[in-house]
Design a protein around this ligand. Structure first.
Ligand code: ZN
Length: 317
């Protein structure tokens, strides 16, 4: 997979090997896209946590490494880096925000172990340090539910304790391709810049894309297809399930599920196909009908604590 993007709610989407953004504004625009996707993904993962068997703790930040940028000098003009790996942005309502961390604050160590040694960058990919931080965090959260992170803020160096609430297990990446595309790999949700631009005016439409891909992951479709084989019928079944579950995830997170219908129509009338033009999706009008029916059936179920319990998640593993 040629994913150019960062990690989880974590790394920014610029890496070496990609066309260098022409100027400072382009750098900042990419950081904005990372935040937009991270925010929508986080909101969906948090709101639906009561229905997810697999969960993970997420600090609610996007990290980036100055080494990710083809022009490091320009990156340092576009952003504040209080350490070589720094927070690019924080997600509203997340743990990082709660702790008062913000853009520019540097990340130095996780549980006392330095995770930003320069040799990592030379040896591996430009995102190596950010990935290492993520792995260290996930390991620490899995062990004790909390982690001490050494940071550098405007006030100086400090150790902060992160103890985020668990949300549905999911990561989100911006793929810097212009093609209209999105994907799910079992854990991560990938959305291209092209699709982000198509949905630029309406976060609920981007939420529809993310909710569809998250649904594939929450329903462990990848594993199921590995077991059954990727016949057209099997793939179509997973696509229909993802469409159906997506509107529940959206509604629970406070997005208008009808945005999924609008997006499908706008996209589908252009291409005649679904979000994925691989011939295994229903044509857009059929997808629209399927989701419309699901929205109706959701409206007839009772809410509990403001949430609708998605039938598709009640019996999944
Ligand atoms: Zn799909």
């Amino acid at each position: 997979m040629k994913w150019a993007a960062g990690i989880l709610l974590m790394a920014a989407s610029i890496t070496q090997g990609h066309a260098a953004p022409a100027d400072l504004a382009a750098y900042q625009a990419l950081a904005q896209q990372d935040l937009r996707l991270a925010t929508i993904g986080y909101r969906l993962a948090k709101a639906n946590a009561p229905f997810c068997d697999r969960k993970m703790q997420n600090p609610g930040w996007v990290l980036h490494d100055e080494a990710q940028y083809p022009d490091k000098g320009l990156a340092k003009t576009a952003f504040v880096f209080r350490a070589p790996v720094a927070i690019s942005s924080v997600v509203a309502g997340g743990e990082a925000e709660r702790l008062g961390l913000g853009a520019g604050d540097g990340i130095v160590a996780v549980n006392g172990i330095n995770v930003t040694a320069p040799d990592l960058v030379k040896m591996e990919r430009a995102t190596a340090r950010v990935e290492r931080i993520q792995t260290a965090l996930n390991d620490a959260f899995a062990k004790s539910g909390a982690v001490i992170v050494s940071v550098v803020t405007a006030a100086g160096a400090a150790d902060v304790k992160l103890q985020p609430t668990a949300v549905c297990k999911s990561q989100f990446w911006v793929d810097t391709k212009s093609k209209l595309d999105a994907g799910a790999d079992g854990l991560s949700v990938r959305v291209t810049e092209g699709l982000m631009t198509l949905t630029a005016k309406d976060d609920a439409e981007l939420a529809a894309v993310v909710a569809h891909e998250m649904s594939h992951n929450l329903l462990t479709h990848r594993d199921r297809l590995a077991a059954t084989g990727r016949g057209n019928k099997q793939v179509l079944t997973t696509e229909m399930e993802a469409d159906r579950l997506s509107v529940w995830l959206m509604k629970n997170a406070g997005y208008d599920p009808a945005a999924a219908l609008r997006l499908i129509e706008r996209y589908g009338s252009k291409t005649g196909l679904g979000i994925f033009s691989d011939g295994t999706h229903l044509r857009w009008r059929s997808r629209q009908k399927l989701m419309q029916a699901e929205i109706l059936s959701m409206a007839q179920t009772d809410e509990r604590n403001g949430l609708h319990s998605p039938p598709l998640l009640r019996h999944s593993n």
